[in-house]
Design a protein around this ligand. Sequence first.
Ligand code: ZN
Length: 205
Amino acid sequence: MYLVKSPLLLKWYYPSLVWNKTRTDKVIYLTFDDGPIPDVTDFVLKTLKTFNAKATFFCIGDNIIKHPAVFERVVGAGHQLANHTYNHLKGWKTDDQTYIENIQLCQQLTQSHLFRPPYGRIKKSQVKRIKTLYPKIQIIMWDVLSGDFDLELSPENCYKNVIKHTNNGSIIVFHDSIKAFERLQYTLPRALKYFQQQGFTFATL
Ligand SMILES: [Zn+2]
């Protein structure tokens, strides 16, 4: 069970996290979680290039080590790297020390000012530890979850989710993962085309 639009209650409970950017400008922030993955990430890079769009990649450290050439292509294309832990840990089920060490491992590879907790699940104590260790890091959530990871969701409905819920300053979550690929392949080029026609530009966080 997941919500396409982030609920206000969560935003209120975690005010120090970033849920969206300014609503005044026609800018969208595309984010891709869980890569780098051969073929899937390359598809994303190719599609972004077609639309002259820059995006933010929340990489899993373990995938960077497994697929260094793909990672280098993300870096080479000028996209923003971001930390998504080394082993995609669930914050609610992980003790704070283990969680922080896993972020540090990934941070050695990404050197980023951005972190997103896997599954969007993080304890307040972990938020505090991160902010103490890395005072400049921003913890990035989202306001639009594409649902591309949902095997029950049709590609067309994934596309409609994204179109319906995106506003100025939206942070949209996609996944460059094998599981998401079918819906991602369908949705990403269509959504980019639609938003471009609407006058939006695409920026990194
Ligand atoms: Zn993830």
